[in-house]
Write a protein that binds this ligand. Structure first.
Ligand code: NDP
Length: 324
C-alpha cells in the first residue's frame, strides 16, 4: 500500500481507502462486510468512509460492529462520518442540514453507531444554504476541541464556500476544514482539476475522492445493459441510473466503452486502470473504493501496480478517449 498525507495535515491515509455507500446495510450484511474490511485491512487500507445517511445509519452500524468484532487496533485505522442528509426517511428540520444542533447530534449518533470514542474525519456532506457557514465552522471546531472529531472537512462544496470557511476559521482562530470529498473519475474531472486548482496550495486542502469507477460504469459492466446483480439494478437507486449512464449527448456510455477498449488492448482489467488514473493526480490524498464483493476489491487493489506500468503516451490516449 502507498500512504499519502491528507493535504498539509500530518494524517497519512492509504492511497486506496474503502467506503460503505450503497453496499453496507443495503447489498451486504455483516458477514460480507466483515470479509471486505478484513481484506482491506490485510492489504494496508487504513481509512473506512461512512455517512449518517448511508442506509439510514445502518451502514455505520454494520461497519462499527465489524470493526469491533475484528478487534483491529484503534490507532491503526481511521473512520469517518458525514452530516447533512439525516439518518431517517423524512427528516424534520433539526434532523438534517449543518446547524450546530444537527452537526452535534449527528456526531453523537455516528459515534454510537460506529462504536468509537472519536471520528477521525467528519464531513459536511453538502453545503447548507439555510445555515451560515460561520455556525458550522464553530460547531466543527467545538467537536474538535472536545476530542470527538480529529479532522473536519466538506463534500461537494464550491471553492468559494471552502474559502469562506477558511477565512472565518482564520479570523477567529478556529480549526479550518482539512479536506474535501469530491467526485473524481475519468468522466468527471472539472471540479477537482479546475475549480479547486488553487485551493491545494493556498489552503493545504486534501481530497478523499469518491466514485473512481463512476459507480461501476468504468468497469465495463454496463456496456451491454444493466446486470441484475449490479448497483444500478438496486431497488431505490433508479435516480442514480440516469446520472451514471447519462444520455446520448453526454456520451458517457461511449466514453466508457472506448476506455474499456484501451484496457483490453493493454491486457488489464478496466477497473484498476481507472483507479490508477485517479491516483496520478498528486492532489488526490486517497481514492475511496467501493466494492460489493471481495473479488472486486482484490482486483481494484491492483491499481497501484498497474499505474506504475502505464506510460505517459498511453495515459494521454486514455484521456483523449474519455474526453467529453
Ligand atoms: P465506485 O465508483 O468505485 O463504484 C463502486 C461499485 O462499482 C461497487 O460497489 C461495485 O458495484 C462496482 N465495482 C467496483 N469494483 C468493481 C470491479 N472490479 N468489477 C466490477 N464492478 C466493480 O465507488 P463508489 O461510488 O462506491 O464510491 C466509493 C466511496 O466513496 C463510497 O463507498 C462512499 O464511501 C464514498 N462516496 C461519497 C459520496 C459523497 O457525496 N461524499 C458519494 C458517493 C460515494 P456492483 O454492486 O454493481 O458490483
Amino acid at each position: 500500500m502507498q500512504y499519502r498525507r491528507l493535504g498539509s495535515s500530518g494524517l497519512q491515509l492509504s492511497a486506496l481507502s474503502f467506503g460503505a455507500w450503497v453496499t453496507f446495510g443495503n447489498q451486504l450484511g455483516r458477514s460480507a462486510a466483515r470479509e471486505l474490511i478484513a481484506l482491506a485491512w490485510d492489504n494496508g487500507i487504513n481509512f473506512f468512509d461512512n455517512a449518517e445517511t448511508y442506509a439510514n445509519g445502518e451502514a455505520e452500524r454494520v461497519m462499527g460492529d465489524v470493526l469491533a468484532d475484528l478487534r483491529l487496533p484503534r490507532d491503526g485505522w481511521c473512520v469517518s462520518s458525514k452530516v447533512f442528509f439525516g439518518s431517517v426517511e423524512h427528516p424534520r428540520p433539526t434532523q438534517k442540514g449543518l446547524s450546530r444542533k444537527h452537526v452535534v447530534d449527528a456526531c453523537h449518533a455516528a459515534l454510537k453507531r460506529l462504536r468509537v470514542d472519536y471520528l477521525d474525519l467528519y464531513y459536511c456532506h453538502r453545503p447548507d444554504p439555510d445555515t451560515p457557514i460561520a455556525e458550522t465552522v464553530l460547531a466543527m471546531d467545538g467537536l474538535i476541541r472536545q476530542g470527538k472529531v480529529l479532522y473536519w472537512g466538506t463534500s461537494e462544496w464550491s471553492a468559494d464556500q471552502i474559502r469562506d470557511a477558511h477565512a472565518i476559521a482564520r479570523a477567529h482562530h478556529l480549526h479550518a476544514p482539512t479536506m474535501e470529498q469530491p467526485e473524481y473519475n475519468l468522466l468527471h474531472r472539472e471540479r477537482v482539476e479546475v475549480e479547486y486548482a488553487d485551493l491545494y496550495a493556498d489552503l493545504g486542502m486534501g481530497t478523499t475522492i469518491w466514485s473512481p469507477l463512476a459507480s461501476g460504469l468504468l468497469t465495463g459492466k454496463y456496456n451491454q445493459g444493466v446486470p441484475q446483480d449490479s448497483r444500478l439494478a438496486q431497488e431505490g437507486y433508479s435516480w442514480l441510473k440516469q446520472g451514471v449512464l447519462g444520455d446520448a449527448k453526454s456520451g458517457r456510455m461511449n466514453r466508457a466503452r472506448r476506455f474499456c477498449a484501451i484496457a483490453a488492448e493493454l491486457g488489464v482489467a478496466p477497473a484498476p486502470l481507472a483507479i490508477a488514473w485517479c491516483l496520478r493526480n498528486p492532489n488526490v490524498s486517497c481514492v475511496l473504493l467501493g466494492a460489493s464483493r471481495a473479488a472486486q476489491l482484490t482486483q481494484n487493489l491492483e491499481a497501484l501496480a498497474i499505474g506504475a506500468a502505464v506510460d505517459e503516451p498511453t495515459w494521454e490516449r486514455i484521456e483523449a478517449a474519455t474526453a467529453a
